[in-house]
Design a protein around this ligand. Sequence first.
Ligand code: HEC
Ligand code: HEC
Length: 359
Amino acid sequence: MKPKQSGILVCLVVAAMMFQYCSKSDTAAVAPTTPTLTQTVVTTVASPLLPGVPFNYSNAVFPAHVASVLPAVDNTPATNPITDNGATLGRVLFYDKNLSKSNTVSCASCHNPELSFSDSAVKSVGFAGGRTDRHSMPILNVRFYRSGKMFWDERANTLEEQVLQPIQNTTEMGMTLAELQEKLPALSYYPALFEKAFGTKQVTADRISRALSQFVRSIVTCQSKYDQVKQGTATFTTDERDGETLFLTAGPNGGGTCAGCHAPPMFLTSNPTGPFALNDPLDLGINNQRRFKSSSLRNIANTAPYFHNGSIASLQNMLAGNIPAHSVGPQDRQKLLAFLLTLTDNVTIKEEKFSNPFK
Ligand code: HEC
Ligand code: HEC
């Protein structure tokens, strides 16, 4: 076998092992059942295709280097633990365009799974063609943000509070909660999904919020090359390893280390060591302090453009661009980039349990 071929084979074997590791508890899920043809109400989309036994969301298995940090940073409230039926309902809501006034926009329109639940547009397009004020955020590993505060400016105190806001946003989805509570029960598939998730068919804003939050919290990426290296099933190249050292120890442009603000293993921290502001006179961010939240840097290769205003087109531009705390000398750029690219997990984002059930 030629060296290149064997390299590919090793990658495939490792990928297969990883897949098994993170999803082994999914094997109980059966193949999707035939959809029930109950089109008594006019819906703009077909009924969702769901497995007879729900996927496993509640008991996901994380590798040790991820599982060990979760208890200290988990923002899951005691009142809303992830359940399989709750997250299943959340998945349907997340992909349902009926959550918008025009029936044209779902959460996934701006948080596209193929782009690691982010958007390639600098500003996303809402239900009536308007543009959002800021760049969309990748919805990954949200559960690991200790303070639980959401949005670039952290204006939502919890995820439960956050998920109802795009629905009511006059640019994004344009609904009122009263309209939503009337619209969803009339869609054939919802009463049974609410009953399974919450015990009765009643559709309330609180239940919508809880189900969406459960689904969003369940999206955790832990099958990247970085994770394989931490588990001893792969090794970094020299550049990747040097890049990790730089990430952990270097303080570019006099700021703190990269890791101080983007803490491994999820490359996320709600307690950054220092202020950071991209020069943006139009947006003052958290408490008007010219500070912003950063999402998880995992899958960063898939989520361009970057920063709250989407003004940084590529990671190369960021590293070379004179941005406070983010630009490094020419000798370090390739190494840091090589390391950042190891954080991409293309397996999780394609898992069926996170995919669009309306197709
Ligand atoms: C029209 C585009 C659009 C739609 C539709 C949309 N979002 Fe977003 N989302 C955004 C933008 C833009 C931001 C960042 C806004 C800000 O910080 O001011 C964001 C931020 C978020 C965040 C914060 C992430 C973090 O780490 O702080 C979450 C969670 C989220 N959206 C979930 C959802 C859910 C759930 C839905 C559906 C109910 C949804 N979004 C619908 C564009 C959209
Ligand atoms: C003082 C804290 C701090 C330091 C140090 C820091 N960052 Fe950041 N980083 C942030 C904040 C805050 C944002 C989001 C800022 C915004 O949108 O205006 C961000 C954004 C990013 C983004 C874009 C994220 C996205 O989803 O758009 C990348 C990539 C990134 N940082 C990588 C790095 C690297 C690599 C280093 C080290 C060279 C580093 N950061 C150092 C705080 C920091």
